[in-house]
Write a protein that binds this ligand. Structure first.
Ligand SMILES: CC(C)(COP(=O)(O)OP(=O)(O)OC[C@H]1O[C@@H](n2cnc3c(N)ncnc32)[C@H](O)[C@@H]1OP(=O)(O)O)[C@@H](O)C(=O)NCCC(=O)NCCS
Length: 249
């Protein structure tokens, strides 16, 4: 994929490399991000956070023609106003929206000109899917899921989960909308919203797509748009961004 901003009918998904060695030359985080980065106890969490936040700044700074450190983000929960909501670019003004996910060996960012949500789930992390099933799956989904053979059930559960989190990240509701109030098509079928029974609004027609994130992961992207949006995906060409960043001083 060429390193140019997404066209109006495109959603770009970039996978970002994890590990301090990739990012240490980019001193672009703001004070709040630095403080949060320092607070992680586990180095794996620290590394994923660094990849996500430095990567997003480099990519969006490149697209928007500003130094990555000059970008400002805003995060307000659309329900309680606290700072855990959907992140958006506050400066400079832009039509682009983005969504970040970090899970296991994955850190990725999606960029589009419509509301977008991206989610990757690690399926082998010891999560007790039976204990979580009634909170995540709607009654209709549960009926389907409980009939799955044991060997398929775990992956199917995480298939639903990634699709639902992608959707709730696109809307910005996050966990304020109980996942079991949303019904999606079964993971063996093309992803689609079947029923939205949440008491909070769905802001537009939702498009859902699964992404192949490899063994041990499920992944999905959600877009709120009445028009078809195609998804392109690639590894972030960090060298190209680094060269531009260095030459811009
Ligand atoms: C969005 C959420 C479901 C994703 O969690 P997750 O699958 O564990 O983690 P992921 O790595 O895939 O995604 C996390 C990223 O999603 C983004 N995000 C957080 N809240 C979001 C929201 N409401 N909408 C869209 N994106 C959100 C952030 O970029 C976050 O990364 P960061 O914290 O490093 O900036 C979860 O973080 C969340 O809902 N948090 C808010 C808590 C909440 O809603 N509380 C009740 C509201 S009153």
């Amino acid at each position: 994929m060429e390193l140019a901003p997404p066209t109006a009918d495109e959603c770009q998904v970039w996978r970002l490399p994890i590990g301090a060695e990739h990012w240490r030359d980019f001193d672009v985080l703001d004070e709040g991000e630095r403080a949060r980065h320092r607070r992680f106890r586990r180095s794996a969490d620290r590394d994923r956070y660094q990849a996500a936040h430095v990567g997003v700044r480099l990519l969006l700074g490149h697209y928007l023609g500003v130094h990555p450190a000059e970008l400002r983000f805003s995060r307000h929960c659309r329900h309680c106003g606290a700072g855990h909501g959907k992140p958006t670019v506050a400066y400079p003004a832009t039509k682009w929206e983005f969504s970040v996910t970090h899970s296991g060996d994955w850190v990725a960012v999606a960029v589009a000109s419509v509301p977008v949500g991206l989610d990757v789930q690690e399926t082998t992390d010891g999560t007790d899917v039976v204990a979580l099933s009634t909170a995540v799956l709607s009654p209709a989904e549960l009926r389907w899921w409980r009939e799955r053979p044991a060997e398929d059930a775990r992956r199917a559960f995480f298939g639903y989960w990634a699709r639902k989190e992608a959707l709730l990240k696109a809307t910005g509701h996050g966990l304020a909308v109980p996942m079991n109030t949303v019904t999606l098509s079964p993971p063996e079928e093309p992803a689609r919203l079947v029923d939205w029974a949440a008491d909070r609004p769905l802001d537009g027609p939702a498009q859902l797509s699964d992404l192949d994130a490899g063994p041990g992961y499920t992944a999905a992207v959600a877009l709120l748009s009445p028009l078809p949006v195609r998804i392109t995906r690639a590894e972030l060409p960090l060298g190209v961004i680094a060269a531009a960043h260095t030459s811009a001083g």
